[in-house]
Write a protein that binds this ligand. Structure first.
Ligand code: SF4
Ligand code: SF4
Length: 324
């Protein structure tokens, strides 16, 4: 029997780096992980190269933790390589799980994003209307850049995923539980989202202040008013995604006097987090007519960014349809 430690890879695609911070947040527990495994890839911390991974045998890596959505040709190449070389792939965090915040780019198009960034931004001086090219020649050298895809995709739209660790970022206790289960071989069924099955409302400390029947007259924003920290946010008129969001985060936002934005994704029975929330919201408005209901709904600023903040690419909508 081999005495070799299991090989583990960490990789990041379109993400903010918060998931890497979550691994660092393991603090001294990371020493247990390092003692138990052989880290073969971790671009944010260690200098391994692509050819090191290409040289490995198929499935030689025990588990690859991949965070971030798939946005660039480079992301796609890497995740396909890691899939080939790994026994297990874990979608780590909201962006790999659902598309995450980068997934809100599906509300527009690649061409619009590039035009805004390189042609319209007031700080840009670009009279020739140049755009980044995937190949260019500079002083006789061929330079390459990854291609930017039009769609942001969750990881499981590009490769097969074995498990999902939800959250923006996943909390330390869930990471430790997942790593321990994998190292001990005590694995849940393939496809499991590692986290509780209940909704956030069910574990929320403010649940006792949530009335049976809501009567929301208008929606408020934390940007322009301060919620009462002892009362259910929805009851106060702040959009709180708790009813449609999986629990397991430790109510991090609620404890910080912020409504839930939904980073843990939908509850297990819901296919689409935004639709699930909207269907419950409809019965919470204080309105007798369609026009009154519309007037209350109109007080929600940025509905897509509110109801699909973390899940647009994984939702039934997937993206905004744009005429080409
Ligand atoms: S709506 Fe939000 S604040 Fe109210 S009980 Fe649910 S999670 Fe808690
Ligand atoms: S309260 Fe909601 S948005 Fe905040 S960490 Fe928990 S699941 Fe994510």
């Amino acid at each position: 029997m081999s005495n070799e430690k299991p090989k583990v890879a960490f990789y990041w695609c379109a993400s903010c780096g918060g998931c890497e911070e979550a691994v660092v947040d393991l603090h001294e527990k990371i020493l247990d992980v390092v003692a138990a495994v052989d880290i073969v890839l971790w671009p944010v911390a260690l200098d391994f190269k692509k050819h090191h991974i290409e040289a490995l045998k198929p499935k030689e890596i025990a588990v690859a933790f991949i965070n971030g959505a798939v946005r660039l040709s480079e992301h796609e190449e890497w995740v396909k390589l890691l899939r080939e070389k790994s026994g297990l792939v874990v979608a780590f965090g909201a962006c790999a799980h659902l598309g995450g915040i980068p997934g809100l780019a599906n509300y527009t198009t690649r061409d619009e994003i590039l035009a805004n960034k390189y042609h319209r931004a007031v700080t840009v001086d670009n009279p020739q209307k140049l755009l980044p090219q995937t190949e260019s020649k500079v002083n006789g050298y061929a330079l390459e850049l990854p291609a930017l895809w039009n769609d942001v995709r969750p990881l499981d739209e590009v490769i097969e995923v074995d498990y999902y660790l939800p959250g923006c970022p996943p909390p330390v206790d869930l990471i430790v539980a997942a790593v321990t289960a994998i190292l001990k071989g005590e694995l849940p069924p393939k496809g499991t989202v590692i986290g509780p099955l209940k909704s956030l409302c069910e574990s929320c400390s403010l649940n006792s202040t949530k009335p049976e029947k809501m009567a929301i007259k208008e929606f408020k924003r934390v940007a322009t008013s301060t919620p009462d920290p002892k009362t259910c946010f929805l009851a106060q008129g702040y959009v709180c995604m708790g009813p449609a969001t999986r629990s397991g985060c430790g109510e991090r936002c609620i404890k910080g006097n912020m409504p839930c934005r939904g980073c843990f994704g939908p509850t297990p029975e819901a296919r689409d987090q935004g639709t699930k929330f909207l269907s419950s919201l409809a019965s919470m408005l204080e309105a007798k007519t369609e026009a009154e209901a519309q007037a209350v709904a109109d007080t929600i600023v940025d509905p897509v960014g509110t109801f699909y903040r973390f899940s647009l690419p994984k939702s039934l909508l997937r993206r905004r349809r744009v005429k080409t």
